[in-house]
Design a binder for this molecule. Structure first.
Ligand code: SF4
Ligand code: SF4
Length: 138
């Protein structure tokens, strides 16, 4: 009996997580925001954050997922697409932590501007290599 009940609760939790993902996708789609990662998470350390004199992450966020309220930086998780632009702009190491899962299942985590910058550099180098490859192959 207890087993059946816990299965029901588990099913309800799964269903609610699925519904939440659907609503998030609908919201992002309605705002014209494209998703690049299957899932992710973001956290901001309000103890180390220099918010009052900084707020650079809020300015850098392309989806307006970050806002100032209650004396701290807050995040609307449903608007966050885990792009890591906030990590790149943050003046405090390990203050913002973004984790995300790529379509191929690879998980990436950033909490320092250097890590996010390194990734951007790798991507643009890869694009340059692909471009040169295309030009010389035709
Ligand atoms: S990861 Fe990107 S979308 Fe999410 S809060 Fe940071 S800047 Fe905004
Ligand atoms: S950029 Fe970093 S230090 Fe500045 S407000 Fe955002 S989280 Fe705080």
């Amino acid at each position: 009996m207890c087993g059946a009940k816990s299965t029901d609760i588990f099913q309800m939790l799964l269903e609610s997580a699925r519904r939440r993902r659907e609503l998030r996708s609908e919201l992002l789609k309605s705002l014209g925001i494209k998703e690049y990662f299957t899932d992710g998470s973001i956290s901001i350390n309000s103890v180390t954050c220099r918010g009052l004199e900084c707020k650079l992450c809020i300015k850098a966020c392309p989806t307006n997922a970050l806002y100032w309220g209650g004396g701290r930086v807050n995040v609307v998780e449903d608007l966050c697409i885990y792009c890591a632009a906030c990590v790149l702009s943050c003046i405090v190491d390990d203050c913002i932590r973004v984790s995300r899962r790529r379509l191929d299942g690879k998980v990436e985590t950033f909490s320092r501007p250097g890590e996010a910058a390194k990734l951007l550099q790798t991507i643009s180098s890869r694009r340059r290599i692909n471009l040169v490859d295309r030009v010389f192959r035709h």
